[in-house]
Design a protein around this ligand. Structure first.
Ligand code: GDP
Length: 199
């Protein structure tokens, strides 16, 4: 158990970047298409069951959700818009909020892109990757639902993404993860510790 993440609690939700908490200290943001497994990953990393909502509450899905770790550190759950059943206009608006957050948020220290290991680097993921890298952020490709693949297939997917990351350039880390069998929790927490300057 990691006490910092175990102590994570809901701080506030913001529909617009301007409504976000004071832009001080350090925070790490999680993005992912709907159903990628982002809520489950945040809950597993924080050793909690109901922190990030795994059920899709309409309305909540379009807000930036801030979790406080301590006075100087936060995790942020960013809405994805992958499969969500909303109009194109709403998606574009939402996309603009994400872009603004990624561009403007000074305390943002790293970006975790949560992807289903069976369907990595979809268009949405590539968009987030490119926005994150443009900001000069370090990226963690969190490849979740690794329990769904055999070990060899996990290794092959990792190798493929690392190859692509090498071509793209920038700081891109990859970790296989499973909220179900708890694979990857410690290495991901260790990466967040570095970004959040823990210890
Ligand atoms: P979100 O929309 O990205 O927040 O995704 P959720 O965390 O709500 O997960 C979407 C679905 O994937 C749910 O049915 C979860 O039970 C399932 N899921 C999430 N993580 C894992 C995992 O590590 N392994 C498996 N097998 N299923 C998972």
């Amino acid at each position: 158990m990691h006490p910092l993440y175990q102590g994570a609690h809901f701080l506030t939700a913001a529909a617009r970047v301007e409504q976000a908490p004071l832009d001080a200290g350090r925070e790490v943001a999680f993005v992912g298409r709907s159903n990628a497994g982002k809520s489950s990953a945040i809950n597993a990393l924080c050793h909690q069951k109901g922190l990030a909502r795994t059920s899709k509450t309409p309305g909540r899905t379009q807000q930036l959700v801030f979790f406080e770790l301590d006075a100087e550190r936060r995790l942020v759950d960013l809405p994805g818009y992958g499969y969500a059943k909303v109009s194109v206009a709403v998606k574009l608006q939402w996309q603009a909020q994400l872009a603004r957050y990624l561009e403007l948020r000074a305390s943002l220290a790293g970006l975790v892109i949560v992807m289903d290991i069976r369907r990595p680097l979809a268009e949405f993921d590539r968009q987030m990757l490119s926005w994150g890298l443009r900001r000069g952020l370090p990226i963690l490709a969190l490849l979740t639902k690794a329990d769904k693949l055999k070990r060899g297939a996990v290794a092959a997917t990792l190798a493929q993404i690392r190859r692509e990351a090498g071509v793209i350039g920038g700081e891109i880390h990859c970790e296989p993860f499973s909220a179900l069998d708890r694979t990857g929790i410690e290495p991901v927490q260790a990466r967040l510790d570095l970004w959040l300057e823990v210890g």
